[in-house]
Design a protein around this ligand. Sequence first.
Ligand code: CAO
Length: 558
Amino acid sequence: MSKINLVVPDIGGAEGAEVVEVLVAVGDRIEKEQSLIVLESDKASLEIPATEAGVIAELRVAVGDALSEGDVILVVVASDEEKVAAVETVSSADTASEASPEDDQDQTQQQNVSASSAGGTRHTESTSMTIAIPDIGTDGAVELIEWCIEVGDAIIEGDSLVVLESDKASMEVPAPASGVLAEKLVTAGSEVSQGTPIAVMVLEAGTATQQPSTDASAPSEAPIASAAEQPPEERALEAETIAASDASVARGDGKDLVYAGPAVRKLAREFGVPLSKIAGTGPRGRIVKEDLHRFVSDALSKPVGAAHAGSAALPEVPDVDFSRFGAVEIIERSRIDKVTAANMQRSWLHVPHVTQFDDADITELEAFRASLKSESQSRGIKLSPLAFILKASAVALNANPKLKSSLAQGGEVLVYKQYCHIGMAVDTPSGLVVPVIKDVDQKSIWQIAEEIGAMAAKARDRKLAPADMQGAVFTVSSLGGIGGTGFTPIVNTPEVAILGVSRADVRPVWDGDSFLPRTMLPLALSYDHRVVNGGDAGRFLTQLTSLLSDIRRQLLGP
Ligand code: CAO
């Protein structure tokens, strides 16, 4: 393995020029003349190009360093074939930073042995392979929203190839082997589903892979083993882990962690746009070219002073440097958090919300639930009030079908649904997710309770498939187990109503003669006032509270 130091060339005698930008990262494949870093002296700023092609094994500089002629910027290994070794060397250096060259060799050999003993096909000459969409947990089509690499790029097994997005989640499809991307078979924006061939890659001589090369005509045999083995939720959440080999992390002082590739950085410099102003829509919040174009065209189309002139443009919330007031920590948000934020904002901006409140007297329901405690234990099913609330909601929804309809064709028509799948907000460490319990109206309370437990566990273990989060006609968000006396939930568009459930408590209730201790459950129904009127909502909520107050009514149906 030949390692080459790339050093600062003659920069006109400037001593101690400051590194203002690092354009590459460990694991990147670089070409001759590709810009590596930007240096700034008191006279000028200049990009330092690569004098050799290869894969970066070590990066010796960071933003803020002062460099002079001859200082080492980075170390490259010479060929694609050795890119894998370079990255392995770097990752093993995390645990054994002082590993000797002999150790490196041993590790590489061991990895080759274990790859072949795991059933991998050893390619002795370059072969090509068609990559197809793996099992993504849904039979339906999803949109391929972004290509993470370009034709001609070297790929390491596990690198993200494309990003897929359904209406509920997004996930990255990793490369099943190392090689070079030879051809893209679909473009960003295409609809794909399991088995759709998306690319052809050339496997390099000496590459070991779990997967035999696949003919384009037969893509469906578990095309991407490594992706298929990984739970889809985990794949969607992979973005949370900032890989050491991410080509786009600006390694500064941590304050301005911006994700963007060199081409985008260059373009941004040409436009004079600070990347920190742009919200990235690529994987890991990476800023892609389209984001930059959108930013520039938005800026150009905005009338000067629009935000202050009473127009529809939203005034910007300025970025505040909180570190001026005390210590701060900046953390990358999970993809789920970011998707939720976008959905919430969209709904808040598009939907005229009204929230209506009522309390259900669940004294009898709670007594009944308590009487089922030992049965619930012997069945191994946790029976919280939520199962009854979902069942009662289904009955009330079937009786008031407008509450489970959706607007379509730009508001021209309403879609009435003849099924009753209900979404259930689940609070997880990675963020808010809404798995869906199907056909709630046709299930028993025990079945619903069992599914609540199973879906909540799946959500918290990040094992929800996109199909588990699709098809809801209505959502229930229960904070009853957490506390609070009331809240106003935001409608989960394109649904038109959502029920917020707060914690029940015992209150004195006047029955006409005396105050009685009753267990009261606070309910809040938010709805889209374009579709649901106060009367519709009032009827629904009255029926719901009556069903919960006398659970025998749930048996009667609409
Ligand atoms: N009033 C009083 N007690 C309640 C209650 C209510 N409305 N709802 C639940 N409880 C009790 C349960 O009976 C349980 O008590 P025991 O352990 O003594 O039986 C306890 O509170 C905890 O319940 P739970 O939260 O574990 O179970 P659940 O079936 O009520 O809810 C789930 C399941 C997945 C919906 C819930 O765990 C959750 O994630 N809730 C958060 C939803 C959320 O974040 N909504 C906000 C969305 S907008 O940001």
